[in-house]
Design a binder for this molecule. Structure first.
Ligand code: ZN
Length: 292
């Protein structure tokens, strides 16, 4: 398990902050952030907590995080080079074929001309198909999941959009999940989330409230938060995970009322949906103004 910049540990307390933010007036003064980067299987994970700078900024400035994308970029460059070589090969082949056809054309009737045109059309079709096939599931693309107790503030939203715009050829899905919207009565934070959502409209950024399923993913993919617990607690947790109402049981283990966690997540989901719907309305009315 990777650790954050301040000798942070993904322990019970770190996890508890994520789970309880926004319940019974619990508003921690800092943000806990988990970053997962995966290319099918989990390849990189790191945690951050607000210090002098916000967690998203810490992540974007983190040498290891940057290096992760440098590595992916290098892989992408190699693939692009291979594609270029392939294309050059294809182009040469077409050139040669044309020369042969042209040579044959000398002294021959117009029919050859038509054949040449058909040939070219077929070749273009084939090249396009090959290109499309190669673009699907490029091995260098990754999924990024940010899990945090607060949504990004305006300033961090801008930085995340810049990062996404620069690296989007390497990113398949960029998911940002949170327990609660951060200081959402402030207009600039509303604008930040709307901008993030707009940046993702074309492809990749998804904003989401946490759900039972996403909590489970966090708790299951890395259970090193169990390390700080007693052997007895650990074994009782492992037993719980196989039981029917395991979500409720695990929440109780964290000292939380399961329904309050579910209600908080539902409220966050509604607040987010309403906020982004407002944005859609504004955009639609702007568009109507332009048209009329
Ligand atoms: Zn921030």
């Amino acid at each position: 398990m990777a650790e954050g910049g301040q000798d942070l540990k993904f322990d019970f307390e770190f996890m508890k902050i994520l789970l309880e933010t926004g319940i019974d007036n619990c508003w921690p003064r800092f943000t806990n952030l988990i970053v997962d980067i995966s290319d099918g299987e989990l390849t990189w994970k790191r945690i951050y907590q607000t210090s002098d700078s916000h967690t998203e900024s810490q992540m974007l400035d983190d040498k290891e995080f940057k290096a992760k994308f440098k590595v992916e970029e290098d892989k992408a460059d190699k693939i692009t080079d291979t594609e270029k070589t392939k294309k050059t090969d294809k182009a040469e082949k077409v050139d040669k074929t044309e020369m042969v056809i042209k040579a044959e054309k000398v002294g021959k009737a117009e029919k050859v001309d038509k054949t040449e045109k058909v040939d070219k059309t077929e070749k273009v079709d084939k090249t396009e198909n090959v290109d499309k096939a190669e673009k699907i599931d490029k091995p260098e693309e990754v999924d990024i999941i940010l899990t945090s107790n607060y949504s990004p503030c305006r300033e961090c939203a801008v930085k995340l959009i810049d990062f996404y715009e620069e690296k989007k050829s390497l990113i398949r899905n960029f998911t940002i999940r949170f327990s609660r919207l951060y200081r959402i009565t402030e207009q600039e934070n509303k604008d930040g989330l709307k901008d993030l959502n707009r940046a993702g409209n074309s492809a990749g950024i998804t904003l989401e409230a946490m759900t039972e399923k996403s909590w489970f993913n966090v708790l299951m993919t890395d259970n090193s938060w169990l390390d700080s617990m007693s052997t007895q607690q650990k074994s009782s947790f492992e037993k719980m995970m196989n039981e029917k109402d395991c979500f409720d049981k695990v929440m109780k283990l964290f000292g939380l009322v399961p329904n309050k966690v579910k209600q908080r997540d539902a409220a966050t989901s509604k607040d987010l949906t309403d906020l982004l719907a407002q944005d859609k309305k504004t955009q639609d009315s702007r568009l109507k103004q332009i048209i009329s």
